[in-house]
Design a protein around this ligand. Structure first.
Ligand SMILES: Cc1ncc(COP(=O)(O)O)c(CN[C@@H](CCCC(=O)O)C(=O)O)c1O
Length: 400
């Protein structure tokens, strides 16, 4: 048959379309007996299944035809109004609903990136963004972070050197490092971006998942206070409702949002209508939604504490980590020379898994880093899984 006829026909960009490390590991470790810390999977035990069932029934009963028919690409207006009401200075015309923020990343890449465009990213950064941007053939500029986030001197030097198309920044519980950018650093980055007229793409997937204290202003809000127009804001219901619904949004300046809408027309016409109406039914009840998010925060704080205890118990003393103040991940730095890809093989032999750090670095560094997610693991799974990981590391380091 003619299957072999495709490979030679792949478009030039197709060689940059590679598997997502997270997705590949998820497939591997979904077999029984594995304890995986790889995917940033929201706690399934907190999915509001009952409430989703009731709301879906109600929608189908009262607005069935609208829910099942094609709908506008921009997205369900009441949902866009709800989103706009929570973003300073935004109207529904600044809001585009997308099928997961992952699609937002892809559409923004499609609209903004030419082959060779310089895209500035944190080191490490979210590997899903690199996967989304790669087919558009950017040239990445990787900027190091200190405890809080992007280092200002390195950032300014990069912006001064040559024009950057946009910078991709995760200020709140950064994936994968867990970092939380403080208010002063946020202000400084927003001001630098405006000075060099370089738009910021702010990915705020973990905005609501702070353990204590309260949320810091978004880069979008800080930019708005200085006149606005320089930040594209991405957020999602994947971590507060259910990732399988694939409902997220992009908020940004009208000229860009219009182009993203047109690009989405060519991608998937619109995000599933029923899912958008369902998300609106769930979030419009502020009391319930606030309680749902509180439950998630408390659960993740507890699971984070369990993982910290297990790390202290089972990791070699020269293994380092950042204790997150929110979000879903621990970011580990192993002794220099330890290759976390090699370690993953040993870990899988022990029936546990994590995401090796290198795919999170656009510059190919980070061999000795690894990301562990605690969000969907029970106490015993964390205890047992970290013990297995400890065994794998000690075998690798040739220690007893
Ligand atoms: C910073 C950041 N931006 C976008 C996404 C994608 O979220 P959506 O569900 O597409 O809204 C995510 C979700 N990342 C998770 C989930 C990936 C799930 C998977 O590939 O199976 C992870 O890092 O494990 C994210 O962390």
């Amino acid at each position: 048959n003619l299957e072999a006829n495709f490979e030679p026909r792949f478009a030039a960009r197709t060689k940059r379309i590679q598997a997502s490390t997270i997705r590949e590991i998820l497939k591997l470790t979904s077999q029984p007996g594995y304890i995986s810390f790889a995917g940033g999977l929201p706690a399934a035990d907190l999915f509001p299944i009952e409430r989703i069932g009731e709301a879906t029934q109600r929608i189908l009963r009262e607005q069935g035809v609208q829910a099942l028919q094609y709908s506008t690409t921009e997205g369900h207006l009441p949902l866009r109004e709800w989103i706009a009401s929570r973003v300073p200075g935004a109207t529904p015309e600044n809001v585009q609903i997308v099928s997961g923020s992952q699609q937002g990343l892809d559409l923004i890449g499609k609209v903004l990136i030419d082959p060779g465009s310089r895209v500035l990213v944190e080191a490490p950064t979210y590997l899903g963004a690199l996967s989304a941007f790669n087919p558009y053939e950017p040239e990445y500029v990787s900027v190091p972070m200190d405890d809080e986030g992007l280092e200002l001197e390195a950032l300014e030097a990069a912006l001064q050197a040559r024009p950057v198309k946009f910078m991709y920044v995760l200020p709140t519980f950064q994936n994968p490092s867990g970092r939380l950018m403080g208010l002063e650093r946020r202000r400084a980055i927003v001001e630098l971006a405006r000075k060099y007229r370089t738009p910021i793409l702010e990915d705020d997937a973990y905005a609501e998942l702070y353990f204590d204290g309260k949320p810091l202003p978004t880069l979008y809000a800080l930019d708005h206070a200085l006149g606005g127009g320089n930040v594209i804001y991405l957020s999602t219901t994947s971590k507060t409702l259910a990732p399988g619904l694939r409902v997220a949004w992009v908020v940004g300046p009208r000229p860009l949002i219009q182009k993203i809408t047109f690009a989405k027309q060519g991608a998937d016409l619109h995000t599933p209508t029923l899912n958008q109406m369902l998300v609106y039914e769930l979030v419009r009840d502020g009391a319930w939604y606030g309680e749902q998010i509180d439950k998630i925060r408390q659960t993740y704080q507890t699971r984070c504490h369990w993982m910290l205890q297990a790390l202290q118990k089972y990791m070699p003393e020269d293994m380092g980590w950042i204790v997150p103040k929110g979000g879903m991940f621990f970011w580990l730095t192993a002794p220099a020379g330890l290759d976390s890809l090699e370690l993953l093989k040993k870990a899988v032999e022990e029936k546990t898994a994590f995401v090796p750090g290198q795919p999170f670095f656009a510059d190919g560094s980070g061999k000795n880093t690894l990301r562990l997610s605690y969000s969907s693991a029970s106490h015993e799974q964390i205890e047992d899984g970290l013990q297995r990981l400890g065994r794998a590391i000690h075998r690798m380091l040739g220690r007893a």
